[in-house]
Write a protein that binds this ligand. Structure first.
Ligand code: ZN
Length: 544
């Protein structure tokens, strides 16, 4: 039946006779033909929109032109009870783009531009989704069907233009799509100032730096400039550190303790139920015994006792039913093994997060599983920062403060990173330091991953020396930290270098190499020295 109706609809459409709600700028005349709107104001506004797009080239600028010059935009509504009434209001972006995308304005009759399909969710038809079809798949196209505002070629070039203007977005395959990865909180961030959704924007070479911007207001009414925007790195880091800290053993221990407390409460409740049941059972039995004990001649008493016994049985049945229901409310019982598994899993998540094989897309997924929304608000006093409020899926909220760098500061290497490089500089090459920083998910001032050269530059800029590359240390073979070269150590103890090698291979003394083929350095503390001297005293070693 539906198919036949659909077929009839398409047949009618093929003749250009199927009437749909016309776009603003057109109405049906008394004969049912599509004609230009009799209101000249409407026609003028539509023509102006097309003319401005020819000049200004973007739908956004057209919308802003209307808003800034306070030119109202018409709209005819075609809803039941509101058929064909004309409304004037501010132009907004979606209406301007809809106008530019609509082929009807070329005088062409089109049917089947969209397809709707039902979505089945949890076994139920939930909603109808509308999908725009490419032009080749439109069912009916009849040119010169009615009067036109613009030509067909102009329409096609407008569509091409709009597609080209399409802002960078992560969801589609635009050529400008940045490398997957930055703006971890994409889709979660809400503007704390106006409550609108904030979207990520990418700057820098290859879109390597992310910022969160609140621009929804601009799209609505052409307000100039964004509500506010903020560099993403500091906020991403603050949120991910906070989320990962939720996985510490302590936090989980508390959660598990609360769980077992709940189990105890459930056990208590069960005991209360058992007591109530026992009492009612006893009463029912007693009522039966009393009834059973009456002489058959004493009918009046027997009838009363029988009624009482039945009442007790009824109460017992009801109570048992209620108890079964209460028991069905599922209880989470954890065995010791399960607790251990949960703790283990929680330990794995930070490792998984930092693993170099984990992509930022996967980190986004982990965040999305835990966090529902993140509201961010700029704060200027007592210091320039961002208030970050996290709404977890559990309904709990947490609040933190992230630094909000000024434009100049954005390019600086964060202080924490510099400190870390200082710590890591000992016993590691620049490549190894870069690798370690990347493994911890840190980024430099440019928002990019660290490289060997980048680390060398930061070390040079902040005067962080690697002790072993100091020429004097290289010459003497002894560093202030107590690292000895093989020959320096052999000399100090009066043994041959092969003895030192022997101790190293046996693990008697700790040693490291800066790179696989570079010289060995020995970590020598006073205790180590004493141990080694003791060895020399006990086992006479031939000197070479
Ligand atoms: Zn806002």
């Amino acid at each position: 039946m539906r198919l036949r109706l659909q077929g009839a609809k398409i047949n009618k459409a093929k003749k250009g006779e199927l009437r749909c709600s016309p776009p603003t700028g057109y109405v049906y005349d008394s004969e049912g033909k599509l004609v230009l709107d009799p209101d000249e104001g409407v026609v003028a506004a539509i023509e102006l929109a097309f003319q401005k797009f020819r000049e200004l080239r973007t739908a956004f600028k057209v919308m802003r032109y209307f808003c800034v010059n306070q030119i109202p935009f018409p709209r005819r509504r075609w809803r039941p009870g509101d058929i064909g009434t004309l409304h004037w209001g501010p132009a907004n972006l979606s209406r301007i783009t809809a106008l530019l995308h609509n082929p009807t304005y070329t005088g062409t009759y089109v049917y089947g531009r969209r397809r709707s399909f039902n979505v089945i969710e949890a076994g139920q038809i939930k909603k109808v989704k509308i999908q725009q079809l490419p032009q080749e798949e439109w069912k009916v196209i009849i040119h010169n069907a009615h009067e036109a505002y613009i030509s067909w070629p102009e329409y096609l070039s407008n569509c091409e233009r709009l597609r080209h203007n399409c802002p960078i977005s992560l969801s589609d395959g635009c050529p400008g799509t940045p490398r997957e990865g930055f703006a971890l909180l994409q889709g979660l961030v809400i503007c704390g100032k106006c409550g609108r959704r904030m979207s990520p924007r990418y700057h820098g070479t290859g879109g390597c730096r992310a910022a969160y911007e609140c621009t929804q207001a601009r799209k609505q009414d052409g307000s100039v400039g964004a509500c506010w925007s903020v560099a993403g790195a500091a906020i991403d880091t603050a949120v991910s550190v906070h989320v990962l800290s939720a996985f510490t053993d302590e936090q989980l221990d508390i959660s598990l303790a609360v769980l077992s407390e709940l189990e105890n409460i459930a056990d208590e409740a069960d005991k209360t139920w058992q007591l109530r049941l026992e009492r009612v059972r006893y009463e029912a039995e007693r009522a039966f015994r009393q009834y059973d004990a009456t002489e058959p001649e004493n009918r009046l008493v027997a009838r009363t006792l029988e009624r009482r016994w039945n009442e007790k049985l009824q109460i017992l049945a009801e109570l048992e039913e209620a108890y079964q229901k209460a028991r069905q409310v599922q209880r989470l019982e954890l065995t010791a093994v399960q607790r251990q598994q949960i703790l283990q899993l929680a330990n794995d998540i930070p490792t998984l997060w930092h693993a170099s094989t984990t992509t930022n897309l996967e980190r986004k997924e982990i965040l999305g599983l835990l966090v529902k929304q993140v509201a961010i608000t700029p704060i200027d006093a007592p210091s320039r920062s961002t208030r970050v409020q996290i709404l977890w899926h559990t309904g709990v909220t947490s609040e933190l403060i992230a630094t909000r760098p000024t434009n100049a500061e954005k390019f600086r290497t964060p202080n924490g990173v510099i400190q870390l490089i200082e710590e890591l500089a000992v016993g590691r090459t620049d490549s190894e330091i870069a690798h370690e920083l990347n493994r911890r998910g840190l980024v430099g001032g440019s928002g990019r991953a660290f490289t060997k050269k980048g680390v060398a530059w930061i070390r040079w800029k902040f005067g962080i020396e690697k002790p072993l590359s100091n020429p004097q240390v290289a010459h003497l073979g002894v560093s202030p930290e107590g690292y000895y070269s093989t020959s320096a150590l052999a000399l100090k103890l009066g043994v041959g270098i092969h003895t030192v090698y022997y101790w190293r291979d046996k693990g008697i003394i700790q040693a490291f190499q800066e790179t696989p083929r570079s010289p060995w350095w020995y970590i020598v503390t006073p205790e180590v020295l004493e141990t080694l001297r003791e060895k020399i005293r006990r086992v006479p070693v031939k000197s070479e």
